[in-house]
Design a protein around this ligand. Structure first.
Ligand code: MEV
Length: 427
């Protein structure tokens, strides 16, 4: 059983942290060996992944602690360049634990494949003809990927819409709903659409133009909620009630205003993308799906909600498309992504999706809590100060000393760092 509460983790060296993680997740140290490799993959592997490879590009990989998702402790791999994200998510996961952790669910892993059918004489007639042939079209699509079928996936439904007014006149949009099980599903769905196209052309008399999945994966949704006991929210001079109401007021801003909602959702994606990237998944697909879903009512709004329950506790929810896989793609060929996946303990794509939305909600709360109280800069200060200390020429022990003094003096600037460094060296 994984233990996600590890006290003093941040004080350990990187080697010690990996050893501790292996221990906490009941894994062999070898299972996490890929994390030692700079960037997690060799240039040779990179050369097999993309064209014109010239090297690799590494990001820091951290681990989100304290997470409990559906009653199970989870260690969360997070690949991200931004300071405060890993610490913020871990801290909020700790508060959420006091309310039972994160409760998450997913729908079936249904992806949507789109076919655009143009040059049709009678759109209404062609639409109905497609429905008349639905069973045979689904049977055909179902036989395309025997491996997926073996694991319980396959074609599930067909839907046809008419687009009346467009620069090219009217056309049909056919949606193939495809259960992709533990795959991200792009390959399976795109293949199915391409293979189905000739049959659709013969039924409609039209021409199938585009055949591609939709990233608005609104049939593949992950949902999560958490409850934070109000007393857990108190800190410094702030009462729990003040922090709770501050978070709810911050949410109200995002719910009402697209300018704020974009930033609010960006905070959610800080957590979401970090796990999506660490597990080798397609974060552009997740980003596209998230923002399209946030605008599904016609007005762009918050992906999360924050309110209180009748006992006065803080209740957070998040719902968004989550098209991630645990087989195939980079998840399969990237050694660090494999190790990251192992660390999460997720056995299905749905379980991974549930972890990811939990991190998104935790990250959202971290940002709102900071914004609603002391502001975002204070939390950023100490890591930023270390970066400034390094830029001023500090090394070894000096980095921490210079950074700590700048934070204490509330001035984090390169000239200040140089001045402190000079004074410390003179001692
Ligand atoms: C910064 O990366 C993310 C925040 O801007 C999110 C937010 O404003 O809610 C802090």
């Amino acid at each position: 059983m994984t233990q996600s509460r590890i006290s003093g983790f941040y004080k350990l060296t990187l080697d010690e942290r990996r050893a501790k993680l292996a221990d906490s997740a009941s894994l062999a140290l070898d299972d996490l060996a890929a994390f030692n490799l700079n960037g997690g993959i060799t240039p040779e592997s990179a050369d097999h992944m993309i064209e014109n490879a010239i090297g690799t590009f590494a990001l820091p990989l951290g681990v989100g602690l304290n997470f409990m998702v559906n009653g199970r402790d989870v260690l969360v791999p997070m690949a991200i360049e931004e300071p405060s994200v890993v610490a913020g998510a871990s801290f909020m996961a700790k508060l959420a634990r006091a309310g039972g952790g994160f409760m998450a669910t997913t729908t079936d892993p249904l992806m949507i494949g789109q076919m655009q059918v143009i040059h049709i004489a009678n759109l209404e007639e062609a639409r109905l003809k497609l429905y008349e042939h639905k069973a045979e079209l689904l049977a055909e699509a179902d036989s395309i990927d025997p491996v997926l079928k073996k694991f319980g996936g396959g074609a599930r439904d067909l839907e046809v819409r008419i687009i009346e007014d467009s620069p090219i006149g009217g056309f049909l949009v056919v949606h193939l709903i495809y259960d992709v099980r533990d795959a991200m599903g792009a390959n399976a769905v795109n293949t199915a659409c391409e293979k189905l196209a000739p049959h659709i052309e013969s039924i409609t008399g039209g021409h199938v133009h585009l055949r591609i999945l939709s990233n608005l994966a609104d049939r593949r949704i992950a949902r999560v909620r958490c409850m934070i006991p109000v007393k857990e929210l108190a800190f410094d001079t702030y009462t729990g009630e003040e922090v709770r109401d501050g978070i709810i007021a911050a949410y109200a801003f995002a719910a009402a205003d697209p300018y704020r909602a974009a930033t609010h959702n960006k905070g959610i994606m800080n957590g979401v993308d970090a796990v999506v990237i660490a597990t080798g998944n397609d974060w552009r697909a997740i980003e596209a799906g998230a923002h399209a879903y946030a605008a599904r009512s016609g007005k762009y709004t918050s992906l999360s909600t924050w309110n209180r329950d009748k006992e006065g506790n803080l209740i957070g929810t998040l719902e968004m498309p989550m098209a991630v896989g645990i087989i195939g793609g980079a998840t399969k060929v990237h050694p660090a992504a494999q190790a990251a996946l192992k660390l999460t303990g997720a056995k299905t794509a749905g379980e991974l999706a549930e972890i990811i939305v939990s991190v998104g909600l935790a990250q959202n709360m971290a940002a709102l809590r900071a914004l609603a109280t002391e502001g975002i800069q204070r939390g950023h200060m100490s890591l930023h100060a270390r970066q400034v200390a390094v830029a001023a020429g500090a090394s070894g022990d000096m980095i921490e000393k210079v950074a700590a003094q700048m934070v204490a003096e509330k001035t984090v600037r390169i000239d200040k760092a140089e001045e402190i460094l000079k004074a410390l060296k003179a001692q």
